[in-house]
Each structure stands twice: as C-alpha cells, then as structure tokens.
Design a protein around this ligand. Structure first.
Ligand SMILES: [Zn+2]
Ligand SMILES: [Zn+2]
Length: 267
C-alpha cells in the first residue's frame, strides 16, 4: 500500500514534467545502470564467489562448491506426506504417523535432513541474522522444487512471526527463504494472532497446544492451492495449525515447503 502511494505520486510528478527533464532522467538512469553493471562485473572478477564451507571456487552461482554440495545431508528417503526421514523407503511410502493420523497438509517438501552442516546454516540465519545463509538455503530449496517439477501454488505464504517477535529478530527467516523461490508472495493472507513461546523449548504435546489459535486469516478470499514456507519442520505442530486455518478459510490444497526436516516423529 505504501509503495503504491509512492509510485503514484512519482508518476503524477512525471506527467507534469516537460519532455527535456524526462529525457535527462532516462539518460541518467541508463548511465547509472551501465556503471553499476560494470562495477558488478569488476567486483565478480576481483572477488569471485567462494564456497562458504571450504573457500573453493563456488559453482552454479551459489555460495557453495560441487564437492560440499554433494556432501550436504540430502533427504532422499522419506515419508511421502510429512517428509519424515525413513530408511530405504524412497519417496513413496507413508510413515506410521501419517497412516494413523494423516496431517491436514497434502505434502511437505524438504531438500535436507536437519543435520550438519544444514542445521548450522539455519541457526546462523535465525539467530545470527546471516542473510547470506538464508539466500543459500532459499536457492537450494528453489532448485530442489524445480528439479522435482513441483506445481507452483496460487499463493506462497511464509509462516508469519508475531510483530513483537519480528521486531526482536529484525526479519522473518521464512520470508527470507520464500523470497528466493521465484513465486509471488502473499505474506498478508495470514497473521500471527497471538505471541507464543518458542516451539524449540517445548515437547510434542506442548507444541500442539502452544500453536492452537496462533494464526488468523486476514484475506476475504483464499486461493485454492497454497504453499506455506518455513525453515524447519519438526513435530508438524505449526504446519498442522496453519494448514487448519487455511483450509477453514477455503484453501483446497496446502503444501509445506521447508529447508530441512528433523528426525523426530511427527506427532
Ligand atoms: Zn566447498
Ligand atoms: Zn509421515
């Protein structure tokens, strides 16, 4: 809303300006673009991107080399629905939890197990304001979804933080991950209704109670296919509660997209 006001004021001023000032502005903009592109190229030539784990030359535009990428804890074998790591199961089996109590979301997708060094990247992003780690994790998640040809949702919703939590941390890690996925964001469809104690300090049953009533839908119309982005899927308490709220508001298909899945049982 704020941005659109700014743009409409700028365009009104533009319509009043004469042709010569428009031409000068265009030339200035082109010159700035040329200078910044040149500086960008010079910077890349002087300081080529390095792997953040071993300092070898980076690959594929990521802060990661091929060897370190191959050694990441890729989640190859997991439950089809909740992505719980399973031994020798491929990607088509359901875990015992999903067979007994299917979660309300259709499918969780996670490129990694929550173990070294991905756990360190996530902690660094969350507690160290390491936005480069967020960019790397987001790009790896985007690459994983693209390689699996996952259907794009109508709306991408980063799990919201309570305003007080947001002001303490300064950023929402789920939003920083979601920004890298190349899908239009809809962060204002849902808000945090109340502040809850951090899930990481609670057990499975407490986590479920903690999340009840934590989210409120703020949109009048809910898109049919929604993907919710978060950093980690642990017990599934947050994913389950936000899915319930979205389904009640009219979403037909909800997926959970996270950077990493823990080994802990889903419920
Ligand atoms: Zn490396
Ligand atoms: Zn499962």
């Amino acid at each position: 809303m704020y941005a659109s006001k700014v743009f409409s004021r700028a365009s009104n001023q533009g319509s009043r300006a004469d042709d010569s000032s428009v031409t000068t502005a265009t030339v200035n903009r082109r010159a700035r673009r040329w200078v910044y592109r040149w500086l960008d190229r010079a910077h890349t030539a002087l300081y080529p991107m390095r792997c953040r784990f071993c300092a070898a030359p980076a690959s594929a535009g990521l802060e990661l080399c091929r060897l370190c990428a191959a050694e990441l804890p890729w989640l190859d074998s997991h439950c089809r629905q909740c992505a719980l790591p399973l031994v020798n199961a491929g990607e088509e089996r359901l875990c015992g939890n999903c067979l007994r109590h299917p979660p309300p979301f259709q499918r969780a997708r996670a490129p990694f197990r929550y173990s070294h060094p991905v756990d360190g990247l996530i902690k660094s992003m969350k507690y160290g304001a390491d936005l480069a780690a967020a960019r790397l994790l987001g790009d790896l998640l985007a690459d994983y979804l693209s390689r699996r040809q996952v259907a794009l949702p109508d709306a991408l919703i980063p799990v919201p933080l309570h305003p007080r939590g947001l002001s303490q941390r300064g950023f929402n890690q789920a939003l920083e991950l979601a920004r890298r996925l190349g899908v239009p964001l809809a962060p204002h469809l849902v808000r945090r209704g109340r502040q809850t104690p951090p899930q990481s300090r609670l057990g499975g049953r407490e986590r479920r109670h903690n999340m009840v009533g934590a989210f409120e839908v703020t949109a009048r119309r809910m898109p049919a296919h929604v993907a919710v982005v978060d950093d980690v899927l642990t017990t599934g308490a947050t994913a389950t509660e936000i899915t319930r709220v979205l389904r009640r508001a009219g979403a037909e298909r909800v997926e959970i997209w996270v950077a990493a899945r823990t080994h802990q049982p889903d419920r």
